[in-house]
Design a protein around this ligand. Structure first.
Ligand code: KIV
Ligand code: ZN
Length: 514
């Protein structure tokens, strides 16, 4: 393999991805995603921003202590205290990386930082020097790089490389760049930063104009050798460059891109599903590579062509990204061994205890639903593995409704392992359930959005409910699935409340607030 063409995949799902509104994740969820990213073959996992909150610090530390192959990056503003805190969180990692940043555009320097160019340059150098006193794996990012003066950018890059930065990152922070222009900037910076050969040039694009992937690929073509991406393209505002689009572009067009990377493409789809389940952010059906329609052929002429030769209308094979054609999997009579194998084939690695508890839930579900499909199993993993440490848990629910009764709900929750029950009415069964949950949890959230869909086909399908809640200015998404849609609605609401509790306990600051 030509090492010059090896592209480093830097995933920031757990940091920039978590900045998507409502996408906060707790420590266990972040660790689960980090483990999956490592199996996917990500080179650098940006685990979080440790100075932002105690919760993020703890999550970054636990990820750092668990990753074996991937590097663990901690984001830090260009300040000594942020870098000390970041290093504290990742010092035990197999391969720690400090990622520090400061804005370099005149706009950000004047209005946000209230600093001039020399002050910013000095701060960047000081920060990198301090980071380099801890580790020789230091990344520096020039925030709003694409709108910075190119010559100043080169001055900053030259100075931070001299101070010890081994990666310099050029972000299109606000998603403003267009491919030809971004490619030109990458070429300019490469040619005009005298010591650039001593560092890896990275790019980090946002998707405000839908150009994040195009800009990232244009930068790779012009010499960038690290790409910063997220699973499903989640991230601040319109999101970040999506890992799956970049990796599959390199993979599908090798004649155009003579580049390689360490991603095991067959793990792309399971990773995408996991991130969607954990964050509650649904993947649009027409989304490239991982959307439900990405490999569906509706038109008869296309179906006919694909049957004769898949290459007629499929530029990639679904199996290459881990999409299984035959989704019909298990049923009532499936044994534990087959179940465990299937979980492995789906790309998940769970402990024996987790498999045991999941298998029990699977048996209960197979009494209520004939054919259990991958989506059902993913929902079970979400409910019984990822949420095992939550404050509020549903114990039982009973609802009376119909066109001749006044809707009433009685239910019992466990709240920090204490059983609490209650009953309430409402103008419909879901309203009644939400009233009683709000009452016994003592929460005052506002329901901003409620949506329900069927997880699979058939009348016995599980209903999947997503809610968006707001309390004390904090916003969280919640998700729940069950064959009974009222129970699914209760689970989604409870999940949203748990996420709000996490946010209340872990007030965080945004990385770009200096
Ligand atoms: O978008 C951005 O500029 C960032 C930096 C912190 C790398 O996320
Ligand atoms: Zn960003």
């Amino acid at each position: 393999m030509n090492q010059d063409n090896r592209v480093i995949i830097f995933d920031t799902t757990l940091r920039d991805g978590e900045q998507s509104p409502g996408a906060s994740m707790n420590k266990a969820e972040k660790l689960r995603i980090a483990t999956q990213l490592e199996q996917l073959g990500v080179d650098v996992i940006e685990a979080g921003f440790p100075a932002s909150s105690q919760g993020d610090f703890d999550a970054v530390r636990s990820i750092a202590e668990n990753l074996k192959k991937s590097q663990t990056a901690a984001l830090c503003r260009a300040s000594k205290s942020d870098i000390d805190r970041g290093w504290e969180a990742i010092r035990n990692a197999a391969a720690p990386r400090i990622h520090t940043f400061i804005a370099t555009s005149d706009l950000h320097m004047e209005y946000k930082l209230k600093m001039d160019r020399n002050q910013v340059l000095e701060k960047a150098v000081e920060a990198v020097r301090h980071a380099a006193s801890y580790t020789d794996n230091v990344e520096f990012s020039a925030e709003d790089g694409s709108r910075s003066d190119p010559d100043f950018l080169c001055r900053v890059f030259e100075a931070v490389i001299d101070a010890g930065a081994t990666t310099v990152n050029l972000p299109d922070t606000v998603g403003y760049a267009v491919p030809a222009e971004f490619s030109e900037l990458v070429t300019y910076v490469t040619r005009n930063t005298p010591n650039m050969a001593k560092a890896v040039l990275s790019v980090h694009c946002h998707n405000d104009l839908g150009l994040a992937t195009a800009n990232t690929l244009a930068a790779v073509e012009s010499g960038a050798r690290q790409v910063e991406v997220t699973i499903n393209g989640i991230g601040e505002r319109a999101g970040n460059t999506s890992l799956e689009e970049v990796v599959m572009s390199l993979n599908t067009r090798p004649n155009f891109f003579p580049h390689t990377c360490g991603i095991d493409t067959t793990k792309i789809y399971p990773t995408s599903r996991l991130v969607s389940m954990v964050t509650g952010i649904m993947v649009q059906p027409n989304r490239p590579v991982i959307g439900a329609n990405a490999f569906a052929h509706e038109a008869g002429i296309h179906q006919d062509g694909v049957l004769k030769n898949p290459m007629t209308y499929e530029i990639m094979k679904p199996e290459t990204v881990g999409v299984k054609k035959n989704n019909l999997v298990l049923g009532k009579h499936s044994g534990k061994h087959a179940f465990k194998n299937h979980i492995g084939e789906m790309g998940y690695s769970l402990s024996e205890d987790e498999i045991d508890s999941l298998f029990e839930k699977f048996k209960q579900l197979s009494d209520r639903k004939k054919d259990i499909q991958n989506e059902d199993i993913e929902a079970l993993i979400n409910e019984s593995v990822l949420r095992s440490n939550e404050i509020f848990r549903l114990e039982y629910i009973h609802v009376a409704c119909g066109n001749t009764v006044f809707p009433t709900a009685s239910l019992q929750l466990s709240i920090n392992d204490r059983q609490v029950k209650g009953a309430k009415d409402g103008n419909g069964p879901i309203d009644a359930v939400y009233n009683v949950i709000a009452d016994i949890t003592g929460t005052k959230s506002e329901l901003l959005r409620f949506s329900i869909s069927a997880l699979t086909e058939g009348t016995d399908a599980q209903g999947e409910v997503t809610v968006r809640l707001m309390e004390e200015g904090l916003v969280a998404l919640g998700k729940g699935a069950d064959p009974d849609i009222i129970t699914a609605s209760a689970l989604a609401y409870i999940n949203g409340l748990n996420r709000l509790e996490y946010l209340k306990e872990n007030p965080s600051i945004k990385p770009d607030s200096l």
